[in-house]
Design a protein around this ligand. Sequence first.
Ligand code: HEC
Length: 197
Amino acid sequence: MDENENKLLEHAADGIQEYDNPLPGWLLAILYASIVFSVVYVGFYALAFAPDSYDAELRQEEIADRAVLQAYFNANPLVPPSTENLLAEAVDVDVLSKGAGRFAKTCASCHGEAAQGLIGPNLVDNQWLHGGKVTQIFNTVVKGVPAKGMPPWGRAIPPEEIAAVVSYIRSLQGSHPDNPKPGEGEVVEPEPMPQGR
Ligand code: HEC
């Protein structure tokens, strides 16, 4: 009887039997090491034992990344559609529904469902930090204000959708959502829309 015979397990499946061999040491070592690693990893990153400086570092990097994007759009500006176009589309129901959809998906988390302002300023009154003309709003959305937490959207959103969001924002001018954030910045009277609204 060769030594392997002893290790044959009792059971058989369709005549196939198996040995009772232990896993090789190196494989077990990897298994145990990854279990230990996972505990440390989850504790550090998921359960927030990480020092605060880790979060701060992440935020800094995010701002730096966005600043690079902003610099890119400073050097290669996206030409906004004409003022006439942006204003004309602010009364076009198809464009508005596209703009509203994008706003709900991408902007509402910071500016509020009804653009009443949350983390970011309200976008319904006539006060603007970065200019209230529709072409200026278009530029703000493209380039963002990375240092203040407004991401640059020029790469993430196709230009015609940015235009639709800008027209949508223009259409919200003078609306009175609940709990508006107090106005910030200079007063700019909204440019008149085709129907004089
Ligand atoms: C992560 C949060 C965040 C998201 C998401 C966000 N914004 Fe902002 N936004 C801000 C902040 C913060 C400011 C204020 C910047 C400042 O203080 O200069 C701002 C400013 C603005 C301004 C300028 C307002 C002014 O007074 O001049 C516009 C316009 C704007 N955002 C539009 C948008 C649009 C459109 C979207 C979606 C495509 C969007 N934002 C998504 C945070 C955000």
